[in-house]
Design a protein. Structure first.
Length: 197
């Protein structure tokens, strides 16, 4: 919209794009066309001091919604231990020996997640073993069920968690499997080391 003002002799100001002076006349160009006026009808011209309005401020960015942080396995283990009335360090000791607290751990036998649930076990507990929260909840629930089944006998419950209740029932206690014996020993040692809380 830049241009100039034609100051008419009457004192009126008229915004024009430009002007061209001729013999005794002045042609005034506007955005809609042009008109010719006698030169003596124009008192003068003024530059248009038009300043484009500042661009409207950019809309403020929406406040960034913090990405929802997935709870840490330790938090989930603590919550599950409370839910099933088990000592937190006991549940955590099992998880450490099972997976080193790694949600994406998969064993050579296809046990999945922090609590290393076999797919069939997870199904029986109605849990998605790849969902860390469900994995920890189901594994903790299973530990509680095994402790109840074996009247609080921690060795039998842990052995059943590792080798299955069938093996424990068959041998009426800790089965003679080196892997299971090492597993039970590691969990109990870890638990004692953590203060047994």
């Amino acid at each position: 919209m830049a241009g100039e003002y034609a100051i008419l002799s009457s004192g009126l100001r008229m915004h024009i794009e430009r002007h061209e002076a001729g013999d005794g006349t002045v042609r005034l160009f506007t955005k809609d066309g042009s008109s010719e006026v006698p030169a003596d009808a124009i008192a003068g011209f003024e530059a248009d001091d038009y300043v484009a309005p500042p661009a409207p401020p950019a809309p403020a960015p929406a406040p960034a919604t913090p990405a929802l942080r997935a709870p840490e396995p330790k938090e989930l283990l603590r919550d599950a231990a409370k839910r099933y009335a088990l000592p937190q360090n006991f549940v955590e000791s099992v998880a450490k020996v099972e997976s080193a607290l790694k949600p994406n751990a998969v064993s050579p036998k296809n046990a999945i997640g922090v609590m290393q649930l076999m797919p069939a076990t997870a199904r029986s507990l109605e849990a998605d073993p790849t969902n860390t929260e469900q994995n920890i909840d189901a594994g903790t629930r299973l530990l509680r069920e095994l402790l109840i089944k074996y009247d609080g006998d921690v060795v039998k419950a842990l052995a059943a968690y590792n080798a299955g209740p069938g093996a424990v029932d068959k041998y009426q206690g800790l089965p003679p499997y080196p892997e299971t014996q090492t597993y039970v020993d590691k969990v109990i040692t870890n638990y004692k080391r953590s203060g047994g809380q």
